[in-house]
Design a protein around this ligand. Structure first.
Ligand SMILES: NC(=O)c1ccc[n+]([C@@H]2O[C@H](COP(=O)([O-])OP(=O)(O)OC[C@H]3O[C@@H](n4cnc5c(N)ncnc54)[C@H](OP(=O)(O)O)[C@@H]3O)[C@@H](O)[C@H]2O)c1
Length: 325
């Protein structure tokens, strides 16, 4: 059985209006599927990748057009903003630092200003990679030391939220799942390679504790509903290397483990430096929500179940394929 977090339906507000940026992204599209509920108005913002989701109004907006997005928020009047949109390609951010800062820092600043003026709860999705990755086991009060520009922008965005707002959630995680768009999360990439019998490098010098985006979505909803505020880590309970993660994916999908080769992230020639051991300790979250967080095996089992039950097909169908220019 996969691990599932269901929103607690008895405490839905009659008038919740949630605006979700990054609706076409890995987290956003799955979050909107999980969050859809008759008592909740959902507006998802996409930019270049239009999509249609049940129970959600999706609208186009370029968050870099700061005046346009403020006017839209004035019209929409949400009581919660989930800010998931970001420049997420780590090497692109390293090569385009000014643009990455505009997207990840300045856009957050603009949205936070609106939230502050309008008494709106603000939820920022952040990342385990704000830490230097030397020790792992990071808790919410560990000191971030970003080692690349993407991580630095996410840490700056966190500070903007924390400094300006009382009503906020900053949630750090590492994620995998099914994309609506034609791009591959780590687990999808592993699967695609193994299913076509291609060898892949599995990094043994890394440790992370990712969550399935669907699980994370349920957790975010519960955190909002149950009044969690502040900084939280969300993670699975079993920190593993990317090599072990690839092996576990192979086992879950009955594919050959022999295709997973041993490699070192340290030896790879990536543009941006990467932290090695970023696994997060999420005891605070488990304690606040009074739940047991899932193991990575449970998460991968659920990942497989989503495909076996047709969820992945309907999610892909939501993506309209054309690119807004
Ligand atoms: N993926 C990970 O492993 C990971 C790990 C930890 C934390 N996070 C954080 O989690 C959040 C979600 O990540 P993700 O993987 O779901 O992201 P993603 O799949 O890369 O999607 C990024 C989203 O941002 C939107 N976006 C980018 N530029 C925009 C603009 N100018 N105006 C409006 N929207 C814009 C994109 O819209 P279009 O595609 O429509 O242009 C897309 O919906 C991010 O904040 C990320 O930093 C991700």
């Amino acid at each position: 059985m996969g691990f599932q977090v269901s929103p607690s339906s008895d405490i839905y507000s009659e008038f919740d209006h949630w605006v979700v940026t990054g609706a076409s992204g890995l987290l956003g599209a799955n979050f909107l599927r999980v969050a859809a509920h008759p008592k909740r108005l959902l507006t998802g913002i996409f930019n270049k990748h239009p999509l249609a989701l049940p129970g959600t109004r999706t609208i186009h907006a370029d968050l870099l057009c700061s005046r346009q997005i403020i006017d839209s928020l004035d019209d929409l009047k949400p009581n919660v903003i989930f800010h998931f949109a970001a420049a997420t390609n780590v090497d692109w951010c390293q090569a385009h630092q000014d643009e990455a800062t505009k997207m990840n820092v300045d856009v957050t600043h603009n949205l936070v200003n609106w939230a502050e003026l309008n008494g709106c709860l603000f939820v920022l999705m952040s990342t385990d990679s704000i830490f230097d990755g030397v020790t792992g086991a990071y808790i919410e009060t560990s000191t971030p030391h970003p080692c690349n520009h993407y991580a630095a922008t996410k840490w700056q965005a966190e500070q903007i939220v924390i400094d300006a707002l009382d009503e906020y959630l900053v949630v750090r995680a590492n994620i995998f799942g099914w994309n609506a768009q034609n791009k591959l999360s780590l687990a999808e990439w592993i699967l695609t390679k193994l299913e076509t019998k291609q060898e892949i490098p599995g990094f043994i010098d890394t440790t992370f504790a990712p969550l399935l985006v669907n699980t994370l979505s349920g957790l975010l909803i519960r955190m909002v509903e149950q009044g969690c505020r502040g900084v939280f880590h969300a993670a699975s309970t079993t920190p593993i290397s990317k090599h072990e993660f690839a092996l576990e994916t192979a086992r879950t999908f009955n594919l050959s483990e022999r295709l997973v080769l041993t490699a070192k992230l340290e030896d790879s020639e990536l543009l941006a430096p990467r932290p090695l051991h970023t696994w997060l300790c999420a005891d605070k979250l488990a304690h606040h929500l009074k739940i047991d967080l899932p193991t990575i095996r449970q998460e991968l089992t659920q990942f497989k179940r989503l495909r076996d039950t047709g969820y992945t097909t309907t999610l892909k169908y939501a993506y309209k394929g054309s690119v807004v220019t």
